[in-house]
Design a protein around this ligand. Structure first.
Ligand code: PMV
Length: 321
């Protein structure tokens, strides 16, 4: 028996970093998806085929999952299978093949999307039907087991899709009603390492706790205000909030010269506002603009040395294909 599951990538709209410390954020799902096909096999063996991240074939006995060597790009899938089978023991083994519509370097959350695909797929195989909350709990545990840190916002986006107000650990997962969000997305060409950057911000918070707390508090207020502006489709105010959010992230030291160039380029080309999206130092920036200006802004991003990624946001959450 085999099953195919897909889950969307994500972009952080507001509140990155602060969300790791209990503050809210706003995340949206993108219409580029990760897909996993799962097949139950008789042999007690885990097999992973993930050509998009250079894994032609990786095998391990089921009893050894999570132990010994784990190739970098296999870790999330291997731990997801281990965690699922620890809670829901089954006979035999599993073969998983993954495909992605987006590059793992974009920072669209390929690790969390693949984790969600695996947990949702496994829960459907024996007819278990885990709830979205249960899928969140197992997927979030998997991400923490592999990388030690993270708020889980990317997991929530992969499961629920749409645009969400999210608070750390899934304390709040609240869909926002937004029909259309005219974003422009630019890739810096630089892969950022989320855990390294979270640790740098943590070091800053230890050195200057009052300063960082004030930044988080300002971001918290901005997230709340942005929810209202998003609901009103008031893109001008959303843009001003993005610029403010970028200012706060700059204070935390997580912007970069390339992000600054692309953000300024988008603003100069007519965007209402722009900011980095995610951990910072690289990955993607986002801008908000009238639909009529999106193409022009995208081309300006390309011209400035970035890569315009033409995505739609608010995409559907994880689904069985
Ligand atoms: O690197 P990304 O795109 O997964 O974004 C990380 C966002 C943080 O707030 C810094 C971390 C998190 O898990 O919330």
């Amino acid at each position: 028996m085999s099953i195919t599951v897909s889950a969307p990538g994500k972009l952080m709209l507001f509140g990155e970093h602060a969300v790791v410390y209990g503050h809210p954020c706003i995340v949206t799902a993108v219409d580029q998806r990760m897909t996993a096909t799962l097949e139950q096999v008789q042999k007690q063996m885990f097999t992973l085929v993930a050509p998009d991240v250079g894994i032609e074939m990786y095998e391990k006995p089921m009893g050894e999952l999570g132990r010994g060597e784990m190739p970098k790009n296999a870790g999330f899938v291997e731990m997801a299978v281990k965690n699922f089978f620890a809670q829901h023991p089954m006979q035999g083994g599993i073969r998983i093949e993954t495909r992605s519509q987006f590059k793992s370097t974009f920072g669209f959350g390929s690790s969390s999307a693949v984790t969600v695909c695996v947990i949702k797929g496994l829960s459907a195989l024996p007819g278990l039907q885990l709830s979205p909350r249960e899928i969140f709990a197992l997927s979030y545990k998997t991400v923490l087991d592999v990388q030690g840190k993270g708020s889980g916002f990317d997991i929530a986006a992969a499961i629920y899709g749409g645009t969400l107000s999210f608070a750390a650990g899934g304390k709040t997962i609240e869909p926002l009603t937004i029909d259309h969000l005219p974003l422009v997305v630019g890739y810096t060409g630089i892969k950022a390492d989320t855990v390294t950057i979270i640790n740098e911000v943590k070091a800053l918070a230890e050195a200057q706790p009052g300063f960082v707390e004030r930044v988080y508090k300002d971001m918290h207020d901005l997230v709340e205000a942005s929810k209202e502006a998003l609901a009103r489709a008031d893109w001008k105010t959303v843009g001003e909030s993005m610029n403010k959010n970028q200012g706060y992230l700059d204070k935390l030291g997580v912007s970069s010269p390339m992000l600054d160039i692309l953000i300024q380029t988008a603003r100069d080309a007519g965007a209402y506002g722009a900011k980095l999206s995610g951990a910072g130092k690289g990955d993607c920036m986002i801008a908000i603009a009238e639909d009529i200006d999106r193409q022009k802004i995208g081309e300006a991003i390309n011209h400035a040395g970035g890569q315009w990624i033409d995505v739609r946001v608010g995409a559907e959450g994880a689904r069985i294909e």
